[in-house]
Design a protein around this ligand. Structure first.
Ligand code: URA
Ligand code: SF4
Length: 226
């Protein structure tokens, strides 16, 4: 797969211009079976940016991220954490829905590393145009896209972390020089916080406990706003 980089107009100043270009992306094979590219949406001046995994079935049909069941749960958690829902931006690590057909059903499939890597340039391009105080990474796929393959959400969730060098770089992680703390000298003042994906809350044995854990992590993000 060629990756998304060649589809990104170098002089696209705004998120809207990026979104328009992403509609024609063929950076990996996922565009073939999905209905449309689902790009990020929300306030370009958002203090908080959320990064999910990939659009789900409903998102694929509507063309908007986080408008299905996981999105509803996230919206409730945002409210309960005291974040302003009008001042957030929502996006995904992978911009096309990956699924498997089982009869008439389309069943979600987790994106592979090749899809995450192919789609990363869009995420990096979004972050070059956004200036959040905090980026909330929802689940393992988004964590892989921004923190590399060895990061474990379960171990470091709810912690405010420095903005990783790799998050500014469309190339692979191995090519990004990082110091021992994972921070870069010229990194923006943005901080990053990883937590569980809202879909994981919906799948949890004890949904109430999982939900309270998500809200507690989002309160940490709310406390970091400048
Ligand atoms: N799950 C995600 O990760 N992103 C969406 O947009 C919807 C569900
Ligand atoms: Fe392009 Fe990303 Fe869609 Fe692949 S998943 S075709 S890289 S927008």
């Amino acid at each position: 797969a060629p990756g998304a980089q060649e589809f990104i107009p170098p002089r696209a100043d705004t998120i809207d211009e990026l979104r328009a270009a992403a509609a024609g992306c063929r950076g990996c094979e996922l565009y073939r079976d999905a209905s449309q590219t689902v790009f990020g949406r929300g306030d370009e001046h958002a203090r908080v940016v959320f990064v999910g995994e990939q659009p789900g079935d409903v998102e694929d049909q509507k063309g908007l991220p986080f408008v299905g069941p996981a999105g509803r749960l996230l919206r409730r958690a945002v409210d309960d954490a005291g974040l302003d829902p009008g001042q957030i931006y929502l996006t995904n690590a992978v911009k096309h829905f990956r699924f498997e057909r089982r009869g008439t059903r389309r069943v979600h499939q987790t994106p592979d590393r090749v899809h995450i890597t192919a789609c990363r340039p869009w995420l990096v391009a979004e972050f070059a145009r956004l200036h959040p105080d905090v980026v909330v990474v929802l689940g393992a796929t988004a964590a892989k896209a921004l923190l590399g393959p060895t990061f474990r959400v379960t171990r470091q969730r709810g912690e405010l972390l420095p903005w990783p060098a790799a998050a500014q770089h469309p190339e692979d992680f191995a090519r990004v020089p990082v110091d021992r703390t994972g921070a870069v000298a010229d990194a923006p003042a943005t901080r990053l916080l990883a937590t569980i994906h809202p879909s994981a809350v919906l799948r949890a044995d004890n949904q109430d406990v999982a939900y309270e854990g998500l809200v507690a992590d989002l309160r940490v993000a709310a406390g970091a706003l400048k």
